[in-house]
Design a protein around this ligand. Structure first.
Ligand code: NAD
Length: 354
C-alpha cells in the first residue's frame, strides 16, 4: 500500500503523527505501508504558492489511499479565494473524484455523558451520514459577485445536481444500508428546490432496485430537528453536499466532540481520501492538546474501505475503545473522574492497546 500522507495545517501535523504511529505499529504485524508526505492547504501555499501543489496532486493520484489532517489558518484568511487552504481541499476531492463521503457518528458508551444532550438520547447511537461530495452548490456554475441594476453588490451560487450524480451516490447509500440496519433516509428540500425535487425522484427510482431497504425522505429542516430530538431513529442518512456538510457537523455534537469523528471519501473503485471531519483548530494548534482519535479512526476507515482489511480496522477501533474505557481523555472530552492526556500520550496509548 502506498499512502499519501498530507498533514496540512494547524493541528494537522500533530494528529497525523499519531495516526502514522498506529500504522507503523501494524507494520510490526506484517502489513506493508509506504508512506509519502506532501503539503496541502496553507502548507502547500507556503511551499509552492498553491494550496494543492501539482506534486501533491500527482502523489495523491498515484497512491492507493490518501490520509489527510486538516487545512486552514488565520494567516491565510485574506488570500484570494483560489489560494485559500480550503480550495486545496475542495480541489483534491474533485480531482480524485471522491464523490461519496461517509461520516459515521458513533457514541462510545464511555462518552455518552460528554454530549450536551441527555445521555439517554444518544447512548448507543450508531448512524452513518452519507454526503455527496463533488457536486451541489459548492461546485455549481455560474457563481460570483456582481453589482445589480440598483448599484448594490450581489453574491450568487448555483445549486446543481445531474441525474447520474444522484444515482451513483444513492447506490452507495443503499449498499451501505444493506450492510447495516437496512434503513435509508434521504434528506432534501424538495418542497422548495428544483434540485431537491430531482434528487428525490432519482433516489426513489434507485430505491426500486433495493426492495429490501426501507427508504424514507425527509426535509432538511426537519432532519436537523430530528437529529437532536431522536437521533436513534436513523440508520443511514443520504444527502447532498451542502446539507450533508451541516448535518454531519451537527451529528458530531451528538457524539460529544468533533475530535472523535472520522470520515472516508470514496471514488467509484473505493479508492479514497480519509480525514477527520474537524478543521485545523488553529486555536489549539501546537499545544499538544488536540484529540487525535478522529484521525486514527480515519486510518481505520482507510484499512476497511480501500485496503479491505476489516479485521485490522476493527482492531484499531477496539484499541480506541480500550483507551477510552481506561479513562484516558484529551481536553475536548475530559470530565471529572477521567485522566486528561495530551495528543501524543493519547496516540501512544492507542498503540499500546493495539
Ligand atoms: P475547527 O473544526 O477547526 O474547530 C472548531 C472547534 O473545535 C475549535 O474550538 C477547535 O479547537 C475544536 N476542535 C477541532 N478539532 C479538534 C480536535 N481534534 N481536538 C480538540 N478540539 C478540536 O473549525 P473552525 O474553527 O471553524 O475552522 C478552523 C480552520 O479550519 C478554518 O480555516 C477552516 O476553514 C478550516 N476547516 C478545515 C476543515 C478541513 O480541513 N476538513 C474543515 C473545517 C474547517
Amino acid at each position: 500500500m502506498k499512502i499519501a500522507v498530507l498533514p496540512g495545517d494547524g493541528i494537522g501535523p500533530e494528529i497525523m503523527a499519531q495516526a502514522v504511529k498506529v500504522l507503523q505499529r501494524l507494520v510490526r504485524d506484517g502489513l506493508k505501508f509506504e508512506l509519502e508526505y506532501a503539503p496541502i492547504g496553507g502548507a502547500g501555499f507556503d511551499a509552492c504558492g498553491d494550496p494543492l501543489p501539482e506534486a501533491t496532486l500527482k502523489l495523491a493520484r498515484q497512491a492507493d489511499a490518501v490520509l489527510l489532517g486538516a487545512v486552514g489558518g488565520y494567516r491565510y484568511d485574506k488570500l484570494p479565494r483560489q489560494q485559500r487552504p480550503e480550495r486545496g481541499l475542495l480541489r483534491i476531492r474533485k480531482e480524485l473524484g471522491v464523490f461519496a463521503n461517509l461520516r459515521p457518528a458513533l457514541v462510545y458508551a464511555e462518552l455518552a455523558h460528554a454530549t450536551t444532550l441527555k445521555p439517554e438520547v444518544v447512548a448507543g447511537l450508531d448512524i452513518m451520514i452519507l454526503r455527496e461530495l463533488t457536486g451541489d452548490i459548492y461546485f455549481g456554475e455560474p457563481r460570483g459577485r456582481r453589482t445589480n441594476a440598483k448599484g448594490e453588490r450581489e453574491g450568487f451560487d448555483t445549486m446543481l445536481y445531474s441525474e447520474s450524480e444522484i444515482r451513483r451516490i444513492a447506490r452507495v447509500g443503499f449498499d451501505i444500508a444493506r450492510k447495516r440496519h437496512r434503513k435509508l433516509c434521504s434528506v432534501d428540500k424538495a418542497n422548495v428546490l428544483e434540485t431537491s425535487q430531482l434528487w428525490r425522484e432519482v433516489v426513489s427510482e434507485v430505491g426500486k432496485e433495493y426492495p429490501d431497504i426501507a427508504l424514507s425522505h425527509m426535509y432538511v429542516d426537519n432532519a436537523a430537528m430530528q437529529l437532536v430530538r431522536n437521533p436513534k431513529q436513523f440508520d443511514v442518512i443520504l444527502t447532498g453536499n451542502l446539507f450533508g456538510d451541516i448535518l454531519s457537523d451537527q451529528a458530531s455534537m451528538l457524539t460529544g466532540s468533533i475530535g472523535m469523528l472520522p470520515s472516508a471519501s470514496l471514488d467509484e473503485r473505493s479508492k479514497g481520501l480519509f480525514e477527520p471531519i474537524h478543521g485545523s483548530a488553529p486555536d489549539i494548534a501546537g499545544k499538544n492538546i488536540a484529540n487525535p482519535l478522529a484521525t486514527i479512526l480515519s486510518a481505520a476507515m482507510m484499512l476497511r474501505y480501500t485496503c479491505n482489511l476489516e479485521e485490522t480496522a476493527q482492531r484499531i477501533e477496539q484499541a480506541v475503545k480500550k483507551v477510552l474505557a481506561k479513562g484516558l481523555r484529551t481536553a475536548d472530552i475530559f470530565q471529572e473522574g477521567t485522566r486528561k492526556v495530551g495528543t501524543e500520550e493519547m496516540g501512544d496509548a492507542v498503540v499500546d492497546a493495539l
